[in-house]
Design a protein around this ligand. Structure first.
Ligand code: F6R
Length: 364
């Protein structure tokens, strides 16, 4: 039931504060302010040498964000690959190590094949899944459930941010298990994580402003998305969302990579979405943004109030609430979803059922 919404995708974007909040209640003990994994999923990360993550599409981008978190908070090296490539790379796997699959549907053939491959190599299997009765959930040793509810729109939105919420909690737990994080560190990270639903709700208020950008985006042949650090995977996700539902060609790049080639594409017809929270990486990303501006690129900057104050001239600046750097991917996911959504609505495409795509991809 779409309720008051025109599309399931709109409803699912709007539901995120609630479902992310719900997912977090399964992973955070609200009284102690510490991570507490759900019953049956109390995995101990202390003895791992590495973590191997595989997933496809949007779920893979959630994994890319998680790599920064596991490496930073738990000093745990992470191997990550697209599930359809993982097996063929023949990565050296450690028997007894943890392979972590991320999947909304739990039925994605590529991810399932990787799960079986890793199991055959003697690895333990963890799965971040949204459908608890799915094949991947059934075959995993440990299930870390996202509770996004049924996701109908083919373009994943709320499942993605719930995956990020679970992965953030797991990275903090790993940091505690591996004695990288003190109790105070954990409390501080958890406190910033439980602020996320409120910050996401505030971010949704940008919708009318974002809707106004749709006509400019609808005219574009190509759109670039740039980000650094954990904003880089969000740039990739922004480009995927736009491609999927508006059929406009879009690419996400690490902001520093632009000058190594893609800047050749930039002219006054190319919107460039820059994801840049005012954090330690801001100055560098801002200078990449100047390179784009100098070539006439139409910059749409997504940042917080401080970033906006330091930014110079743009085509549009979307100001999201200030958040701890750690949780910014969950916040910045919202405007890129809304931008893709409103561009597609403006163009009149079938937003919930884009051409050539299926909700769950059960062939390799
Ligand atoms: C993008 C999208 C796809 C899926 C991918 C994996 O909006 O929905 O890229 O993320 O097909 O699907 P799951 O998570 O079901 O394994």
């Amino acid at each position: 039931d779409k309720g008051q919404y025109r599309h399931f995708m709109a409803k699912e974007i709007a539901e995120q504060p609630e479902v992310v909040g719900h997912t977090l209640t399964r992973f955070v003990d609200m009284t102690s302010g510490r991570i507490s994994l759900p019953a049956g999923a109390d995995f101990d990360f202390s003895r791992l040498d590495r973590l191997a993550i595989s997933a496809c599409g949007t779920a893979y981008y959630a994994g890319l964000v998680a790599r920064y978190w596991f490496e930073k908070f738990a000093r745990l090296p992470v191997d990550i690959d697209i599930a359809s490539e993982f097996r063929y790379r023949e990565p050296p796997l450690t028997p007894g190590g943890l392979a972590l699959m991320i999947s909304q549907s739990g039925e994605t053939a590529d991810t399932l094949a990787t799960l079986r491959h890793c199991r055959a190599q003697g690895m333990k299997i963890g799965a971040v899944v949204n459908v608890p009765t799915s094949t991947i959930a059934r075959e995993a040793d440990v299930v870390f459930p996202t509770t996004a509810g049924v996701e109908v729109g083919v373009a994943s939105t709320k499942a993605f941010t719930c995956q990020l919420a679970v992965l953030a909690a797991l990275a903090i737990k790993a940091g505690r298990d591996r004695k990288v994080l003190s109790e105070a560190d954990e409390a501080r990270l958890v406190a910033s994580l439980i602020e996320v639903p409120r910050l996401m709700a505030e971010t949704l208020h940008l919708e009318p402003e974002i809707e106004k950008l749709a006509s400019a985006f609808a005219k574009a042949q190509d759109v670039l998305y740039l980000g650094r650090g954990t904003s880089y995977p969000i740039a990739l996700e922004g480009a995927l969302k736009l491609k999927e539902i508006s059929y406009i060609h879009a690419e996400g790049y690490a902001a520093g990579e632009l000058k190594h080639g893609p800047i050749a594409l930039v002219d006054e017809n190319v919107p460039v979405v820059v994801l840049a929270p005012f954090d330690v990486l801001f100055e560098k990303t801002a200078s990449n943004m100047q390179e784009v501006a100098a070539r006439g690129g139409k910059i749409v900057l997504i940042t917080d109030a401080e970033g906006a104050a330091h930014a110079g001239e743009t085509f549009a600046t979307l100001v999201v609430p200030k958040a701890y750097a750690f949780v910014s991917p969950l916040i910045y996911a919202v405007p890129i979803q809304l931008l893709a959504y409103h561009t597609a609505v403006f163009m009149g495409t079938d937003v919930d059922q884009p051409r050539n795509l299926a909700k769950s991809v059960t062939v390799e």
